[in-house]
Design a protein around this ligand. Structure first.
Ligand code: B12
Length: 161
């Protein structure tokens, strides 16, 4: 879409098709799986409504054996904190594609820590994240692609493979 080789509408439709395929494929991928390797609360941060990348990462994480509690897009700080309190996840995943979302991530991470919820490791992802944003926000890891994100989640959990 940025090089003009395909259009936004095709990306959006592609995202919907991917979602539909994963609904059919995930139960088959998960067949015969052992126990879950970890639990993750995942959402796109406040100010940001992009969901395509989050949903792709979620599908990759579920296929790898994570239980993912998806709390949606434009997620306020308090909703993240409440979801962490309620679900006691091993990991918190935050997706961010717009610059305004960077300060949302920082505020959310600070609020989670201030609430005494220091157990879960925090991974940020999406087009607007890099090492500098990781340092600024206080996250434990960052990834701008889903496969790398899942690898890092396993590393953060101390899981092999
Ligand atoms: C599609 C799109 C939209 C769609 C969103 C549809 C939807 N349902 O998500 C629509 C048209 C609605 C939209 C709206 C807007 N958009 Co928009 N959008 C895009 C676009 C073209 C593609 C994003 C996308 O889906 N990429 C494909 C996915 C698969 O990639 P991804 O998100 O990076 O995800 C991958 C990885 O990052 C990773 N990942 C993602 N999340 C996570 C989370 C974790 C934890 C991990 C580990 C990994 C991970 O896994 C994914 C697969 O590998 C980008 C351009 C770009 N270059 O990104 C602009 C872009 C993000 N949008 C932009 C803007 C400005 C907006 C608007 C503000 C426009 C406006 N003025 O209204 C609004 C947003 C309003 C808001 N408050 O959020 C800007 C942001 C600029 C900035 N620096 O802030 C961009 C960069 C376009 C640009 N070049 O200006 N947008």
């Amino acid at each position: 879409f940025e090089k003009g080789e395909y259009f936004l509408s095709e990306l959006l439709l592609g995202g919907e098709i991917f979602k539909g395929i994963m609904e059919l494929a995930l139960p088959m991928i998960k067949e015969g799986e052992g126990k879950k390797i970890g639990k993750m609360v995942l959402g796109t941060v406040k100010e940001d409504i992009h969901n395509i990348g989050k949903d792709i990462f979620k599908a990759f994480a579920e296929a790898a054996g994570f239980e993912v509690i998806d709390i949606g897009v434009d997620v306020p700080v308090e909703k993240f904190v409440d979801a962490v309190k309620e679900n006691k996840p091993d990991l918190v995943g935050m997706s961010c594609l717009i610059t305004a979302g960077i300060s949302s991530m920082k505020k959310t991470i600070e609020a989670i820590k201030q609430a005494g919820l220091t157990e879960p490791k925090i991974i940020i992802g999406g087009g607007r994240v890099d090492e500098e944003v990781k340092e600024f926000t206080g996250a434990d890891a960052w990834a701008d692609d889903a496969a790398k994100g899942v690898r890092l989640c396993k590393e953060l959990m101390g899981v092999e493979g």
